[in-house]
Design a protein around this ligand. Structure first.
Ligand code: ADP
Length: 546
């Protein structure tokens, strides 16, 4: 028998044990016989116990008791089922749930921080603009002529206030990116447009410093990227002003663009390419190799004493890289101390033929309204979770999707679907809150869904389910989720509802694929692994799930 069986007298002393029980206790029949069982034995009750074997290993077992007669004397029959695996899985699921909650809390804290920063930045900008405005009035002599000394003082006020305003703007940008509140448009744009605009902005600074700025026109015409023109311009202005700032007078800055089919290892790019690159190269002071990675961190400057008089916050590159990554691109750097630096902005190339900017941006606007209500759908799903799981399990049984469906326990059939769906709901809520921008919460949550789906596939494989049965199961779960969400149509805007249903279908079909792969893999592993497992004896006492 797979279950351990122990016969215990009314005095609690063991009279008989089967091999499965001896294995569970890690003791021989002789060792068990005549000893006190050590657990309360009440007929009709079932509970979980932990057995500690002589070698110190702990095993979880479900204990059930029935009364019987043994050798003509009243006794108890105690059956013991190994639930170690199930307990481990439950513990893992609750650990996952705790991790999810911790992540959600951290995200919420981060959002609060970013919202605070964004608000503070607004609060700072308004008075700063007034300071700058009035100082400009004075500088222009509008209220009356200034003395030479006053002109110098007003110009110092202006320099400091403008520096502070630049800093506040950068902090605001960074806070917006962190909070997932910065939307980037995606449209086909020629690189030459952003380059010419950025060079025009940087030119006066270059002239003042005696540095030349040249644009290489070769290959420029073919460089059409898929991204947000104004953000690309912002990144280029930043790279150009750095190049000018960190190049001695008489030096040279070259801007070029082109198409690359392979991304270099130093750029973190997802996707298959091709890529458009926009490069700003200088023959300035360069960056020591051990500082190259750090310059993308907030507030990092290679040499504070050296750069302080040159102005700057140490935020420009951080923002540039984050903006680039929001557009599925990156900013990479190659540099050599004393010789110069080359900063490259990588962006996905626009599809051949390009698409029209207007359509794309109006689609984006529609995207915002479409998302409105998706969070409500997520909330509805959370509220209905218990009902969805019950209906799902009832249907698995009623539709007998596998012959043994109604002999399986509720928990075996439900198999953590509740945790999976709770995450799905969290993603819907986060999707709306982040205005469709991918946030780490969304990717973290979908990571949890992937892990759960993988585990689910492997567990179904152990129950001997086929790919078809798994597909039917996912279909039933999806239908029950849809039914629950549709039950709340009154409180969900129609656009949000249909967008939520689309997202649910997409997430669940991804999860189904993941679990199907795990199912097939586990099936193969079992076939290949069984003889060895049998030799080592590890499969002698299958868990209830197998
Ligand atoms: P900021 O320029 O405001 O200090 P950034 O984030 O733009 O901040 O740059 C961070 C640091 O990286 C700079 O302070 C500088 O030390 C280094 N750096 C950036 N661009 C260059 C460059 N073209 N040449 C040399 N050093 C550079």
């Amino acid at each position: 028998m797979a279950d351990g069986i122990v016969i215990v007298g009314l005095d609690g002393v063991v009279r008989f044990s089967n091999p499965a029980a001896q294995h569970l206790f890690g003791r021989s029949a002789g060792e068990l016989q005549g000893t006190h069982l050590g657990y309360p034995v009440v007929a009709g009750e079932s509970f979980e116990i932990e057995i500690v074997r002589p070698d110190g290993a702990a095993v979880g077992a479900e204990l059930r008791v029935v009364d019987l007669e043994w050798d003509g004397v009243p006794a108890h029959l105690v059956s013991l089922r190994d639930v170690t695996d199930r307990k481990r899985a439950d513990e893992r699921a609750s650990q996952l749930e705790e991790e999810r909650l911790a992540r959600a809390e951290a995200e919420a804290a981060n959002r609060t921080k970013s919202e605070f920063l964004a608000m503070m930045s607004h609060e700072l900008r308004t008075p700063l603009n007034a300071v700058i405005g009035y100082a400009e009035l004075l500088e222009l002599g509008i209220p009356g002529a200034l003395t030479e000394e006053q002109v110098t003082q007003v110009s110092r006020i202006l320099t400091s206030a403008r520096h502070l305003l630049g800093l506040v703007n950068e902090v605001l940008d960074l806070a917006r990116i962190d909070a997932g509140r910065l939307a980037v448009e995606r449209s086909a744009s020629p690189a030459s447009l952003a380059i010419d605009a950025a060079v025009a902005v940087a030119q006066p600074m270059a002239e003042a410093r005696g540095v030349s700025v040249e644009v290489t026109r070769d290959g420029l015409a073919r460089a059409v990227y898929d991204g947000d023109e104004s953000r690309v311009r912002q990144i280029l202005v930043n790279l150009l002003s750095n190049a000018i700032k960190f190049t001695e007078p008489g030096g040279r800055v070259v801007v070029q663009a082109g198409v690359a089919h392979e991304a270099p290892p130093e750029a973190r790019l997802t996707g298959t390419g091709p890529w458009v690159y926009l490069r700003v190269e200088d023959n300035g002071i360069g960056i020591p190799s051990d500082r190259l990675a750090a310059i993308f961190d907030p507030f990092v400057q290679v040499d504070a004493s050296h750069t302080r008089p040159k102005d700057g916050s140490g935020l420009g590159l951080t923002i540039s890289r984050r903006l680039a990554r929001l557009m599925n691109g990156d900013v990479s750097v190659r540099s050599e101390a004393g010789r110069g630096s080359a900063f490259t902005l990588w962006l996905p190339a626009a599809p051949v033929g390009g698409h029209d900017t207007m359509t794309q941006s109006s689609e984006d606007v529609r995207g915002e309204t479409r998302l409105h209500g998706v969070a409500d759908a997520g909330e509805a799903l959370l509220r209905e979770l218990g009902a969805v799981i019950s209906a799902f399990v009832a249907r698995l049984r009623a539709e007998r999707i596998i012959p043994s469906a109604d002999s399986l326990r509720f928990s075996q059939l439900a198999d953590h679907a509740a945790t999976y769906l709770a995450d799905l709901a969290a993603v819907l809520i986060a999707a709306e809150e982040s205005r469709g921008q991918p946030t780490s919460l969304v990717s973290g949550a979908s990571e949890i869904q992937r892990l759960m789906a993988e585990r689910h596939g492997a567990r179904r494989a152990r129950l001997g389910w086929s790919r078809e049965t798994l597909a039917r199961e996912w279909r039933i779960l999806r239908e029950e989720v849809e039914r629950a969400v549709r039950g709340h149509t009154a409180s969900i805007p129609p656009d949000g509802l249909s967008e939520a249903l689309t997202l649910i279908a997409r997430f669940m079909s991804q999860a189904e694929d993941v679990s199907a792969r795990a199912l097939l893999r586990a099936g193969r592993d079992t076939e290949m692994g069984e003889p060895e497992a049998r030799l080592s004896g590890t499969t002698r006492f299958p868990t209830p799930d197998s």
